[in-house]
Every structure is written in structure tokens, then in C-alpha cells.
Design a protein around this ligand. Structure first.
Ligand code: 5GP
Ligand code: ZN
Length: 114
């Protein structure tokens, strides 16, 4: 989508600190980190959020999450623990309408998340 920030990051129009990329997904550091490690993993294809996907994207959604777990290993936070977050729509706290998983780690996470 032409006016989507994350599509622009995916196609290189907007610079970001990329930690992983393949033909389907791209991962980059959050501009406003909420933890010592805060990385966003997105699909290269635009979907507003998980509600815009269906079972034909099961493999892609699974790849998004397994990529997040692999990046946790790559960043050295897997054994200590980390959190994956997917915000959806306004009450879910979604501010960018392009599906993304937050990988948060490097500090103790709390519950409830607020
Ligand atoms: P959401 O609130 O939609 O779940 O998460 C959006 C995230 O994108 C926020 O954590 C915000 O800091 C991050 N973000 C917004 N714009 C940019 C940007 O241009 N570059 C990067 N790296 N992160 C961004
Ligand atoms: Zn997009």
C-alpha cells in the first residue's frame, strides 16, 4: 500500500535497522523501543492486521512467528525469555495498520500488560 509506513520500510523507501529479511518477511528494530530488545517482524505483503488474513495465509503467519523466535535466538534472549505481541485495532493498541509481531526482551515482562 502506497501510504503505509511499514510497506515503505519493506521496500526500502524508509530506512530502518534491519535484523533479518527473506522473500516473505522482514524484521527491524522499533523506533521507540519499549525494552532493551524491541524488534518488529512484518510480512512483506500488506495486511492491515490478522483480521485481514485467512487460512490461506496460515503458512505465512506461522513463518512470521517462527521468524520472531529465531530472531530471539539470534539476539541471545531466547533462553532468558521474551514476549511476542500482536496488537489488533484500536483497543488492542495497534497504531500502524500493517500486520506486525513485536519481539520484546532483555528485561522482566509484567502481567497484566496494560
Ligand atoms: P503498534 O502500536 O501498531 O502495535 O506498533 C507499531 C510500532 O511501530 C510502534 O512500537 C512504533 O514505535 C513503531 N514504529 C512506528 N513508526 C516506525 C518507523 O518509522 N520505524 C520503526 N522502526 N518503527 C516504527
Ligand atoms: Zn503496509
Amino acid at each position: 500500500m502506497s501510504d503505509c509506513i511499514f510497506c515503505k520500510i519493506a521496500n526500502g523507501e524508509i530506512q530502518s535497522d534491519i535484523v533479518f529479511e527473506d522473500d516473505k518477511v522482514i524484521a527491524f528494530r522499533d523506533l521507540n523501543p519499549q525494552a532493551p530488545i524491541h524488534i518488529l517482524i512484518i510480512t512483506k505483503q500488506h495486511f492491515d492486521n490478522i483480521l485481514s488474513m485467512d487460512s490461506s495465509q496460515s503458512a505465512l503467519l506461522s513463518h512470521l512467528y517462527f521468524t520472531a523466535a529465531n530472531i530471539a535466538r539470534q539476539e541471545g534472549i531466547a533462553d532468558a525469555g521474551f514476549r511476542l505481541v500482536l496488537n489488533c485495532n484500536a483497543l488492542g493498541g495497534q497504531s500502524v495498520a500493517h500486520i506486525h509481531v513485536h519481539l520484546l526482551g532483555g528485561r522482566q515482562m509484567h502481567w497484566p500488560p496494560g
